[in-house]
Design a protein around this ligand. Structure first.
Ligand code: URA
Length: 229
């Protein structure tokens, strides 16, 4: 982790205040004065500000049931950030592991542990995401096969990775994908001549939204956290 981030994580200081202290030569790492805020440090390092040793606060892991008309960003835009729904200290220091569109509901994971969220969002990890999808038109019989083999999304190189489709009824399906391209589910159905009219994320890896009410959040259990540690 960057040294300035570590200082913020273990004190009440803002990033700007941390940088100022660094510049003034008030920070030591293993007894050596360090001024570069981007220096990589580890919790095992002996990090002191004005001679006082810092201990990082432990990381937090949260699951939220996202409502429509909220966005998965740390900054409010047309709609407010989902982070406003989570009443914990310094929530805007946390980040969202995998975005949902403003009109999508469902499972959102929020943390301040970048290594953990990397295991969810890195394309290399191929983490499974399960979406319940409501369609404008009845599902065509060849869509399942097309999604298994991959479809061409407009503006992308190569086909989508194999995706699993399970029909619920004529216009409702469960789709499992291992990528997270921009508007991926909507674009996959557009690629086969259909249109998504409702989208809800039910599961990320083995973490399930289950009966968490809309707009509510809870801390993940130790077991859930360990799935991506
Ligand atoms: N795919 C989409 O098209 N939208 C989402 O919100 C998530 C996946």
């Amino acid at each position: 982790m960057r040294l300035d981030k570590f200082i913020c994580k273990s004190t009440e200081l803002t990033r700007t205040e941390a940088k100022k202290l660094l510049k003034m030569g008030k920070v030591t790492v293993n007894d050596i004065v360090i001024k570069d805020p981007s220096t990589q440090v580890h919790e095992n390092n002996d990090i002191c500000v004005e001679g006082e040793e810092l201990t990082a606060r432990s990381s937090r892991y949260i699951i939220l049931h996202k409502p429509v008309d909220t966005i998965c960003s740390n900054v409010d835009e047309i709609y407010p950030s989902v982070l406003h729904l989570v009443e914990v200290d310094r929530v805007f220091d946390m980040h969202i592991a995998g975005r949902l569109d403003a009109d999508t509901t469902g499972l959102v994971l929020i943390t301040d542990d970048g290594r953990w969220s990397h295991n969810i969002i890195s394309p290399k990890k191929q983490c499974e995401k399960v979406y319940r999808v409501w369609l404008r038109d009845p599902l065509k019989t060849d869509t399942e096969q097309k999604f298994i083999h991959g479809v061409q999304l407009q503006g992308e190189e190569g086909l989508t990775r194999p995706a699993k489709l399970k029909q619920v009824n004529e216009k409702e399906v469960l789709l499992t994908i291992t990528e997270g391209k921009y508007h991926q589910v909507k674009r996959m159905f557009a690629a086969v001549g259909n249109k998504v009219v409702g989208l809800h994320r039910e599961q990320v890896g083995a973490i399930k939204l289950a009966d968490l009410p809309l707009g509510q959040w809870r801390y993940l259990t130790t077991e859930e956290v360990s799935l991506f540690s």
